[in-house]
Design a protein around this ligand. Structure first.
Ligand SMILES: [Zn+2]
Length: 142
């Protein structure tokens, strides 16, 4: 997803799915439209499920989960794991890092980015695929 906001509609959703090698089923189209029409963002399966219900898209939470994982595997989303139980899906798949606002349960991009230097040596025969950084925040205590 480019950072400039363009009109994202049913047709864009279809092009996106087909381009990623996914069959554009009705449910996938609806979820893609919900996900990508609002620019760069971080959503949980629960949030996307609520949004779907709000616009009368009938889809189970399990289907939302499966679809988010399919989109991730197809390279349309990037998974941001914050805690064991909580996974967020990022519509921006480029390299960037995150703040996690513990009190709000929200993931946001670190503005201006962050430089990661001094990467560790990796075991022989292995290579680094990606570096994830989540900086956890809370309101100052007293
Ligand atoms: Zn992000």
């Amino acid at each position: 997803m480019k950072s400039e906001l363009k009109q994202f509609d049913k047709r864009s959703a279809r092009d996106l799915l087909v381009g990623a090698g996914l069959r554009p089923t009705r449910q996938r189209l609806s979820l893609a439209e919900l996900l990508f029409a609002k620019g760069d963002r971080h959503v949980s399966a629960e949030l996307l499920h609520e949004e779907a219900e709000r616009v009368n898209v009938s889809v189970s939470l399990a289907t939302v989960y499966n679809t988010l994982h399919q989109f991730t595997q197809a390279g349309l989303l990037r998974e941001v794991a914050v805690e064991g139980t909580k996974t967020y899906f990022d519509t921006n798949v480029s390299d960037h890092y995150h703040f996690y606002l513990e009190n709000e349960g929200k993931v946001v991009d670190i503005p201006g980015g962050l430089r990661v230097s001094e990467l560790p040596d990796v075991p022989e025969g292995m290579e680094i695929t990606r570096v994830d950084v989540v900086v956890r925040l809370r309101p100052k205590q007293n």
